[in-house]
Write a protein that binds this ligand. Structure first.
Ligand SMILES: C[C@H](O)[C@H](O)[C@@H](O)C(=O)CO
Ligand code: MN
Length: 417
């Protein structure tokens, strides 16, 4: 049987559930996912120092990591060629590209330092998202936006302001809004004596950053909380409560990273609550194993639950989906492709679910049938629909894409050292 024939058969099966697969495939094609550039080089960036700080860690030493903008862009191209649909690229400020002798520190970054990325995105029809980089820098030794040292704090406030202008530039150039997400590593290893003062300073720093004014249609500003980092186990300044309140008060977005909560807390459950109070939210979809380990996104229960909440809350245009992982122990292009395709599979799985019917069963308190149907749905011919989605979007289906990665690994990655 051909992929199309399998699809036609699956289509009939889903039709009996009231699900229109043709419509689903059209919808899925138009859901952009923001692919993070930092999986390509273990969050190293293009500045002189490549040492990763801020309580995050990329472990592993698989060969072939991108060492410069040309290599990173070529690797992104290779990954995108294996992922159905048109997506977005998520950049960090430490991926600025300087002409010789024009290097500036992060507080002085300008749009021109990202012109090559804009050109890259434009020629491929991609959107760009952005993140100020508050780590891997001599001035990020401890606290940044919450620092008690006013000169350090000013440096990072200026960095935030510079990044707003760069985000605006991305949006204007590409004709698509840019999500600018602020994450800072600030915190303490051991029990602090004063929890409120660093948070008061962070609040003031954020106020100063947003005081420069920006077009909210162009820049979606977000703040990303975290519960702990390596060496920052006892306290993080940018906690969930801090940012949820800050975002609500200032009409900006919360970004929820599913590696940033206590182990039994799930982001899927937070999505509907947030959507009742915010026009938009943003996500970093990742896979924490025991801690915020940033493993590659797989087709696991929580990724599926996250996708289900986005779909059944009818919020595909209100939840800005991005990925955030950095695994240095495997082929990095494969990591991107697996993560991106899995996020799409999770969305597809959610779209193929008869959500209305399931909600009716819940309302009728028919929990027996609800459980039965949710379990039976797991063995529906979802894979046949996925493979057809790949076929009509001109990317290899099933594991066929991996051949392309292996060829690229042998021809290109193996020659990097
Ligand atoms: C590199 C990213 O900005 C970083 O991973 C951040 O989003 C985060 O999740 C830190 O734990
Ligand atoms: Mn994150």
């Amino acid at each position: 049987m051909t992929t199309k024939q399998r699809y036609e058969s699956a289509k009939e099966i889903y039709k009996n559930l009231g699900v229109d697969t043709d419509k689903v495939l059209e919808q899925l094609k138009n859901v952009p996912i923001s692919m993070h550039c930092w999986q390509g080089d273990d969050v190293a960036g293009f500045e002189g120092s490549k040492e990763l700080s801020g309580g995050i860690q990329a472990t592993g030493n698989y060969f072939g990591k991108a060492r410069n903008p040309e290599e990173l862009m070529a690797d992104i191209d290779k990954a995108l060629s294996l992922i159905p649909g048109t997506h977005r690229i998520n950049l960090h400020a430490n991926y600025a590209i300087f002409e010789d002798g024009q290097e500036v520190d992060r507080d002085k970054l300008e749009p021109k330092h990202f012109a090559k990325w804009v050109e890259f995105a434009k020629t491929r029809g991609l959107g760009l998202d952005f993140n100020p980089t508050y780590f891997s820098h001599p001035k990020a030794d401890g606290l940044t936006l919450s620092s008690e040292d006013e000169s350090i704090r000013k440096f990072w406030i200026d960095h935030g302001k510079a990044c707003i202008r760069i985000s605006e530039y991305f949006a204007k150039e590409l004709g698509k809004p840019c999500l600018m997400n602020i994450w800072i590593p600030d915190g303490f290893k051991d029990i602090p004596a004063d929890r409120i003062s660093p948070r008061a300073r962070l609040k003031d720093s954020l106020d100063q950053i947003i005081s420069i004014g920006y077009d909210k249609e162009l820049v979606h500003l977000a703040v990303e909380s975290k519960v702990f980092g390596i060496g920052l186990e006892a306290y993080t300044v940018g906690s969930h409560e801090f940012y949820m309140n800050y975002a609500a008060k200032n009409n900006i977005l919360c970004l929820l990273d599913n590696g940033h909560y206590h182990p039994t807390e799930v982001v899927s459950d937070k999505i509907p609550s947030m959507l009742l109070f915010s026009d938009k939210i943003a996500l970093h979809v990742t896979r924490p194993i025991r801690w915020d380990s940033d493993h590659v996104v797989i087709f696991d229960d929580e990724t599926k639950e996250i996708a289900k909440e986005i779909v059944r809350c009818d919020a595909l245009d209100r939840v800005l989906i991005g990925l955030d992982f950095f695994d240095a122990s495997i082929n990095r292009i494969s990591a991107w492709v697996v993560g991106m395709r899995n996020m799409q599979k999770a969305l597809l799985y959610a779209m193929l679910t008869p959500n209305k019917k399931l909600a009716e069963l819940q309302n009728e308190r028919n929990y027996t049938e609800l459980m039965m149907l949710q379990e039976e749905l797991k063995l529906y011919p979802f894979g046949d629909v996925w493979n057809y989605f790949c076929e009509i979007n001109n990317v290899p289906e099933k594991e066929d894409w991996f051949k392309v990665v292996k060829e690229y690994e042998a021809a290109v990655l193996a020659k990097r050292n």
